[in-house]
Design a protein around this ligand. Structure first.
Ligand SMILES: C[S@@+](CC[C@H](N)C(=O)[O-])C[C@H]1O[C@@H](n2cnc3c(N)ncnc32)[C@H](O)[C@@H]1O
Length: 219
């Protein structure tokens, strides 16, 4: 496996790739490359905030050998498909509220045995907690005004001791007017009050404007 600073991720200049779990199958029209006889899928940072997070300077992946992952805001499964490539032996639970997106995600999961789609509202973790938890890594990408509270509630309900969680904060869902920095400060304060310590903060510009990634570990 060719090296990058993130185990399992192939980097060629500014381009990222993951080893295709389903050779020959595209998920969202992405390019393939073949190295040493192995097929890799291009990981588009304009379509996936996790790829943007890595390219914007993350020194490490936001998880280490997770066995169970909870992903809030699965949509069509674009980012989850790359996690599925990266973590073939893990169980990846994707929560999605929209029936339209969920249908596409469900079709993807039928071809990838490590994906487990759940049609549910991320604001109600008690509905899926027993099915998914405890997880080693939690990821949230939902455009809600109360994103920080939803995140903290899910961490409390589903994250294992010693697990990590990554919030992709969409500032413009919180407020249209106030500066990004003010909302980030307020969010960090709110998370700290709920017992969560931010260990990495990273802007996702230019890939996702007014989005900031906050990686937390329990205090
Ligand atoms: C920006 S998209 C996520 C993109 C996806 N994370 C990816 O990178 O492939 C946000 C998704 O969150 C979903 N969503 C919004 N509110 C939600 C809620 N309360 N519970 C679950 N999903 C929700 C939306 O339907 C939408 O599909």
């Amino acid at each position: 496996m060719p090296a990058s600073e993130w185990p399992g991720v192939l980097r060629r200049g500014r381009e990222l790739y993951t080893r295709n779990l389903r050779p020959g199958e595209r998920v969202y029209g992405e390019e393939f490359i073949v190295e040493d006889g192995v097929e890799y899928r291009h990981w588009d940072p304009w379509r996936s905030k996790l790829a943007a997070y890595l390219l914007n300077g993350a020194s490490r992946l936001p998880f280490e050998h997770p066995r169970r992952v909870l992903y809030l805001g699965a949509a069509h499964g674009t980012t989850l498909s790359h996690l599925s490539d990266l973590l073939p032996d893990a169980q990846l639970f994707g929560i999605e509220k929209s029936g339209g997106s969920f249908g596409t995600f469900l079709a993807l999961a039928r071809r990838r045995p490590n994906l487990f789609p759940i049609l549910a509202d991320a604001q109600l973790p008690e509905r899926y907690q027993a099915d998914v938890g405890p997880v080693d890594f939690l990821y949230q990408d939902v455009a809600l005004r109360n994103q920080a509270n939803v995140f903290a509630e899910n961490v409390g309900a589903c994250l294992s001791t010693g697990g990590t969680a990554l919030l992709m904060l969409k500032v413009r869902s919180v407020t249209q007017r106030r500066p990004v920095s003010a909302v980030v400060t307020e969010t960090r304060t709110s998370l700290r009050r709920q017992g969560l310590r931010v260990v990495d903060q990273r802007s996702l510009t230019p890939f996702s404007r007014d989005h900031v990634a906050l990686l937390v570990a329990p205090a």
